[in-house]
Design a protein around this ligand. Structure first.
Ligand code: G6P
Length: 606
């Protein structure tokens, strides 16, 4: 999730405005940044790896002249953070410059085609194919606008782009598919950006482009058209009364809730992980004699869910293990036959890295899932897959949990296919279910928000809470517990529902709150038994289950029904009401949901 900005003015240089926009966008990603203006018929580019202020101290962005320019802050998805991979990217003749936010699915195909036509690529990014494609169309005699339009028609995946070209220095051409893009309006000066935060200090009059829109932006006018047909369209001008801080939270009060609501998008991006890396990880998993899924915190809960996916889909036994326990528990027995799949959002958690260091010297193979390209984990691992969830600012994980689940499910499916463990029908069915997850998550957000917000008033008064689930829903119970406990400071217990009778049930007394996670899968019939046990001892039953489960609705004191979902994907949607519950209960208790006390986003000590 990079940040892009652009500015075109009738009077004066734009570098100061672009620099300020970059600073406002830094929260979206911060491994590198760059700026490009057109001056005297040439592109002038400054870009490098590092934080914006550091780069500026070295390169002085403000020295760039010209009344048209684009800028970018990068959160790497293809190609590690470096000077060459930083945006803007240019064509062979350095006439076209592009900044891009998103993930292109078919860039390798396009790159190969272009390389066959003698285009030379400098970076490892997916973005670089865009200026070269535009160059091709310009050579065919198309105008700048039409060349961008034709190039966009070839792109598959998500993108918001801003493009400038020395041959038509009077306009910025922008386009979007899935990634957001907004235009800011003022007399004689126009702004473009991936979000309002970048430009709100200059104007509150904005136009949000819709999916499949592109626009030609000059200092005076904004002409919007559809990418596919070229037909001109009108989009409403919105007047915002947001502060810069509100804008960086997308109009939400907190990052945590913004990130919860980003999940339909981030889940889609998780489905766009590159196939060749999935294949590589699948190879290693298939070869291992013993496989550990190693992580901390929320990522560990994702690993528990992953172990159910690997065993049920691919018939592969894996051992989820808490990173800080790994060396003591398994250190002595690991060997060259051990494969460790480390899952870490940040790729910097000290417990994870220490365990991996130990394992590396015993010749274990290390592979990884992470959200941060360029993190230590990506340097240690033999191969890794990125989550593509964009930076997560709320200290407690939300969107990165569900994107980890999606990547784990993709891996399990690949492995199942490779090992010939499931039929083509099952493969197709599971793929369809995976692809339907973004819309399902959207629906669950709509269904859950109101009733959960209402419930939070009651939950804020609880002294302790139980979370129970069976099968893969045990992972959901663990994550539900973690979220609610982290954000509300209410002591919480999570157990596999079947195990609750072996001890924890002694806690139950009249009115004690027990949350059940009970999708309509094979475990449901046993969950009903567990509910009865709890009810018999006076527990108050709160249940999240399937929307049409009459029996569970009858048995519960509070019930939230969710749409049908594949058993192995249920944690992706069943965790959402609990993320919301954690958030709204924290608000009820007047706590800061973005920065729970005593916690850090990335824990780099043992
Ligand atoms: C910290 C964070 C948690 C996170 C855990 C693991 O404790 O507060 O939200 O789940 O670290 O982080 P990782 O980056 O390795 O996934």
């Amino acid at each position: 999730m990079c940040g892009i900005a652009g500015c075109i003015s009738k009077h004066g240089a734009v570098s100061k405005i672009l620099f300020n926009a970059l600073k406002r966008l830094e929260y979206r990603g911060y491994d590198s940044a760059g700026m490009c203006t057109i001056n005297n018929g040439y592109l002038q580019i400054k870009k490098d790896q590092g934080k914006i202020d550091e780069i500026n101290a070295r390169l002085n962005f403000l020295s760039l002249e010209g009344n048209i320019g684009i800028a970018h802050t990068r959160w790497a998805t293809h190609g590690a953070p470096s000077q060459v991979n930083a945006h803007p990217h240019v064509d062979c003749e350095k006439k076209i410059a592009v900044v891009h936010n998103g993930v292109l699915e078919n860039f390798l195909e396009i790159k190969q085609e272009l390389e066959a036509r003698k285009h030379v690529f400098l970076s490892k990014t997916d973005t670089e194919v865009i200026p070269h494609l535009i160059e091709e169309y310009l050579k065919l005699g198309l105008s700048f606008k039409d060349a961008v339009r034709e190039a966009c028609k070839k792109l598959r995946g998500s993108y918001a782009i801003a493009v400038i070209c020395v041959e038509e220095p009077d306009k910025i051409v922008i386009a979007r598919n899935e990634s957001p893009l907004v235009v800011g309006l003022r007399d004689d000066i126009k702004f473009v950006a991936s979000d309002v935060a970048a430009i709100i200090e200059y104007t509150n009059k904005v136009i949000f482009l819709e999916n499949g829109d592109m626009a030609v932006v000059t200092p005076e006018i904004v002409e919007i058209m559809r990418i596919d047909s070229g037909v001109l369209v009108e989009r409403r001008i919105t007047e915002l009364n947001w502060t810069v801080e509100m804008a960086s939270k997308g109009g939400y009060l907190h990052y945590f809730i913004k990130e919860i609501y980003e999940q339909p998008h981030t889940i889609k991006e998780a489905l766009r992980v590159q196939e060749k890396y999935l294949d590589l990880l699948t190879e290693f998993l298939d070869r291992g004699k013993e496989i550990f899924l190693l992580a901390s915190g929320t990522s560990y809960n994702a690993c528990i869910a992953g172990s159910y996916m690997f065993s049920k889909l691919a018939r592969l036994t894996t051992f989820p293990v808490i990173a800080s326990e790994f060396i003591e528990n398994y250190g002595r027995s690991i060997s060259i036959d051990t494969v460790i799949l480390a899952v870490s959002q940040s790729g910097e958690t000290a417990d994870v890295l220490t365990a991996l260091d130990y394992a590396r010297y015993r010749a274990a193979t290390i592979i990884a899932i992470t959200n941060v390209l360029g993190s230590t984990l990506t340097r240690i691992a033999r191969a890794y897959v990125l989550q593509n969830a964009g930076p997560e600012i709320g200290v407690a994980a939300s969107k990165t949990f569900t994107s980890q689940l999606m990547v784990l499910a993709l891996l399990a499916l690949r492995l199942a296919r490779k090992r010939g463990k499931i039929s083509q029908f099952e493969i197709d069915d599971f793929s369809d279910k995976l692809n339907s997850m973004p819309s399902l998550v959207k629906k669950v957000l709509e269904i859950s928000d109101k009733p959960v917000k209402e419930l939070s008033k009651e939950v804020a008064k609880f002294n302790s809470i139980f979370f129970l689930g069976r099968g893969i829903s045990y992972a959901t119970a663990l994550e539900a517990r973690l979220k609610v406990m982290e954000l509300t400071y209410i002591p919480c217990i999570a157990y596999p529902a079947g195990e609750s009778k072996h001890g924890p049930i002694s806690v139950i007394e009249d009115g004690y709150p027990v949350f059940f996670i009970a999708p309509n899968d094979e475990t449901r019939k046993h969950v009903i038994g567990n509910i009865m046990e709890m009810k018999a001892r006076g527990a108050k039953i709160y249940c999240v289950g399937s929307e049409d489960d009459r029996e569970l609705i009858e048995l519960s004191d509070w019930y939230l029904g969710l749409p049908h979902v594949h058993e192995l994907l249920s944690p992706v949607i069943y965790v959402i009401p609990f993320q919301l519950l954690a958030y709204y209960t924290a608000l009820e208790k007047k706590l800061d949901p973005d920065k729970p006390r005593n916690l850090a986003k990335s824990v780099t000590v043992l």
